[in-house]
Design a binder for this molecule. Structure first.
Ligand code: NI
Length: 254
């Protein structure tokens, strides 16, 4: 069955039908979902969701765009939440230089501090990296983050950068962008990254695959991504599902 390694079902876009939607996931062929935090509040909600549904796990962490909310005390709250029995990773953490704020120096500081936290709590990391390939790879190398392990989620860089991340010990997270008409770069990544290093994700409610692009996304649309991947790799949809599920279980240790 399909393992959705990255979702945000705590988002208010699901307020009207969250329970109804999540109760249908097994019928859509979804075995497990990791609900990922982006700040203190959503991390808390992720832990709550993981206790409400036995197929949902949580990840807790602060997104680079929200890192201004962090201080030592709040970092310790993240640590405490990460010790929850259903929490499988620290994330999403990383660097996002798409917008001028928060300042890169602040983003780097809290990225490194949360990598340290993941290392000491023995959890893999979920990395968000946008317009910051060089600094991300450099920090992962400097911090020997391969020993921590994890995924560069919603991968948006070239195949060369992807292979560098794989060499460092990371998985590559692939979602709806693979089905976009302008998704050529992502198709090249999926062609060249070894199959045992690719995992599936929605990043829902964002990035719904074609032909649902622009709509609210959910795990039930992952078969469109599976189909695109199967075509590129010239293997069956069943193989894509079983390989990526095994990869996800290895990475999250579940
Ligand atoms: Ni996300």
């Amino acid at each position: 069955m399909i393992f959705d390694t990255h979702a945000h079902y705590d988002d208010e876009q699901y307020d009207a039908d969250r329970d109804e939607l999540l109760s249908q996931m097994r019928d859509f062929g979804i075995s497990n979902i990791v609900n990922v935090g982006a700040n203190l509040e959503s991390s808390k909600r992720s832990v709550e969701l993981s206790h409400k549904y036995d197929f949902i796990y949580s990840a807790v962490g602060v997104h680079p765009s929200d890192c201004e909310e962090l201080n030592e005390e709040r970092l310790e709250s993240i640590r405490e939440m990460s010790r929850d029995e259903r929490c499988v990773a620290i994330g999403e953490i990383g660097l996002d230089y798409h917008w001028p704020e928060p300042a890169p120096e602040l983003q780097k500081k809290w990225f490194v501090r949360q990598l340290d936290l993941a290392r000491s709590e023995h959890k893999p990391v979920i990395i968000h990296s946008r317009d910051a390939a060089e600094d991300t790879v450099r920090i992962l190398k400097e911090q020997r983050a391969g020993e921590i392990g994890g995924v560069v989620h919603c991968f948006s860089y070239s195949a060369e950068v992807a292979l560098e991340c794989v060499k460092l010990g990371f998985y590559i997270g692939v979602g709806g962008v693979l089905t976009f008409k302008n998704g050529r770069k992502m198709k090249e990544v999926v062609k060249r990254v070894p199959m045992d290093r690719i995992i599936l994700e929605t990043d829902c409610p964002y990035l719904a695959p074609h032909p649902h692009r622009g709509e609210r996304n959910s795990s039930k649309y992952l078969p469109f991504v599976v189909e695109a991947m199967a075509q590129i790799r010239e293997i069956s949809a069943e193989e894509v599902i079983s390989i990526t599920e095994r990869n996800a279980r290895t990475m999250y240790r579940v």
